[in-house]
Design a protein around this ligand. Structure first.
Ligand code: GLN
Length: 249
């Protein structure tokens, strides 16, 4: 048994362009919670252009971006990242994708002016922007087995309306807010090792249970590791505060 601490690598897609509404907090949370469990936590920034081998990445993070930023990266995602992400998720790596990133992992994102940015079709969803933006707190009752608490809280700000195809499962049901499209009460998606969501804020600092779910899912491909308990009282107090605020509104 090597005494070397197990490596845990987070891959951050387009950190310069797809990173809004505090998305960076998700990176810090994944790295810190892995480090606090004695893992050798590493960050790999993945920019535009030809990409080296990504098979060492355990969890990919793909943040949000305005239409302008999405227009700057969607071609690169198809040309230089699609094959890597397909192979990585087939091998058990996880992807957390928020808003603009979530949309481009689907079949396409169409702006309010009708411009279409093709996605990589890793998840069976399509998104078309509406005229009115969905902005505000969101509370979701998740479909993830055994997640405790079973709610996720965050903040949404998007014009896109996302619709799930027949092979995709929603991340959960909207208890407060608009979610995927403001009409079918679904939020996000879970499919092929991808968790897609409209929850910014950032998401993971107020939902440490989801961060641990991603870390333990990803470590399964390295033989698995049970994660030691952490004192999340501050994180869960923030979670509870958003729950109460949403209920008051
Ligand atoms: N540009 C996309 C939309 O408006 C995504 C926005 C975001 O990432 N917050 O829906």
């Amino acid at each position: 048994m090597s005494s070397e601490p197990q490596k845990f690598t987070v891959g951050w897609l387009y950190p310069d362009l797809m990173n809004i509404y505090g998305d960076r907090g998700n990176i810090l949370t994944l790295l810190k919670r892995a480090e606090w469990r004695g893992l050798n936590a590493q960050l790999k920034e993945i920019q535009r252009g030809r990409t080296d081998d990504l098979t060492d990445v355990d969890v990919f993070f793909f943040g949000g971006g305005q239409d302008r930023e999405q227009a700057l990266i969607y071609d690169d995602l198809i040309e230089h990242k699609r094959d890597h992400l397909e192979q990585a998720t087939r091998n058990g790596a996880q992807i957390l994708a928020v808003c603009g990133g979530y949309q481009l992992l689907g079949h396409y994102y169409q702006t309010a002016d009708g411009e279409r940015y093709n996605g990589i079709g890793l998840i069976d969803v399509k998104t078309e922007a509406g005229k009115k933006r969905f902005i505000g707190d969101v509370v979701v009752q998740t479909n993830i087995e055994g997640l405790e608490p079973s709610t996720l809280v965050g903040f949404e700000n998007h014009s896109g309306r996302t619709f799930l195809g027949g092979t995709a499962t929603p991340l959960g049901r909207v208890l407060h807010g608009r979610g995927n499209n403001g009409s079918d009460h679904t939020e996000g998606v879970i499919q092929n090792g991808v968790i897609g969501t409209y929850l910014h804020g950032s998401l993971l600092p107020k939902n440490p249970h989801l961060a641990d779910h991603l870390i333990s899912q990803a470590l399964k491909r390295r033989g698995g590791a049970s994660l030691s308990h952490l004192d999340d009282s501050a994180e869960l107090a923030a979670h509870g505060w958003i729950l109460q605020r949403a209920q008051r509104r």
